[in-house]
Design a protein around this ligand. Structure first.
Ligand code: SAM
Length: 238
């Protein structure tokens, strides 16, 4: 029997003894890729019920059944921090979603701006990337990924009480590490925000414009650096 460190995200509720079916892709992964068998254990999480050690009770290339046995970690509160980023080309957008998930964001909002390089995304693919990153980095939840919105729509619907930190390469004020929750980081497109966009964002009372340092970072680097600064204070679980 292999007691594994394989972590899998499931949509279903998790409770002791309540058998649940995994996805066909998970069956293929366990049976054909990881060569697991009935009796082996894996870790399951669903973003609500914590992390469980579960035994494989049935396994074929197309079907897997799990029996949750032991609660390993209760569902701890994760930081409430959003990433709003101007859509990038596919591979860079994928990278931003993966890294933002590893860094601990709770929600990812792709934004369409005047100089955005793309105007649509495959949300299923981004969700699969976020699930795999959450499985790998041992998070207990997968960030929600919203459908792309335009910048004016994002600002118009912005929830009061959530501070929006706009990464602005034209500013000299440093990004303060802060403890207040909830928060969000806004990253511009590779070509930058237009003057009109900067004026509209700057006029919004929920916004604080911040610098990420003296160098002009690529958008994906700015997203990763900004989130690392914002979430660096996120203490490890007790
Ligand atoms: N407008 C710039 C240009 O082309 O000259 C560059 C835009 S930069 C590649 C993409 C985005 O990353 C910016 O809109 C900003 O949100 C963020 N960014 C890059 N470097 C930054 C810095 N040093 N401080 C704050 N934000 C930065």
């Amino acid at each position: 029997m292999v007691t594994g460190s394989i972590r899998l995200f499931v949509e279903t509720g998790l409770a002791a003894g309540a058998e649940l079916a995994g996805a066909e892709a998970q069956a293929h992964y366990l049976a054909s890729v990881m060569r697991r068998s009935v009796g082996d254990t894996v870790k399951l999480f669903n973003g609500r019920d914590g992390e469980w050690r579960a035994r494989i009770v049935e396994l074929s290339r197309k079907k897997v059944l799990f029996a949750p046995q032991i609660l390993l970690r209760g569902q701890a509160q994760e930081p409430d921090c959003w990433l709003c980023f101007a859509l990038l080309k596919r591979n860079k957008t994928d990278l931003v979603v993966e890294k933002a998930t590893e860094l601990g964001v709770s929600r990812i909002l792709p934004v369409i701006t005047a100089r955005t390089q793309a105007d649509h995304v495959n949300l299923d693919r981004l969700r699969a990337i976020a699930i795999e990153a959450a499985e790998q980095c041992e998070r207990l939840a997968v960030p929600q990924i919203a459908a792309p919105v335009t910048l004016p729509a994002l600002l118009a619907a912005w929830p009061a009480g959530r501070r929006l930190f706009m990464a602005d390469e034209r500013r000299d004020s440093k990004l303060a590490r802060f403890t207040s929750d909830p928060a969000a980081l806004l990253i511009g497109p590779e070509g930058g925000f237009t003057d009109a966009e900067v004026a509209a964002i700057g006029a919004d009372q929920n916004v604080t414009r911040v610098s990420l340092g003296a160098r002009i970072l690529r958008a994906e680097t700015a997203a990763i650096a900004g989130l690392a600064l914002l979430l660096a204070g996120d203490p490890p679980e007790e």
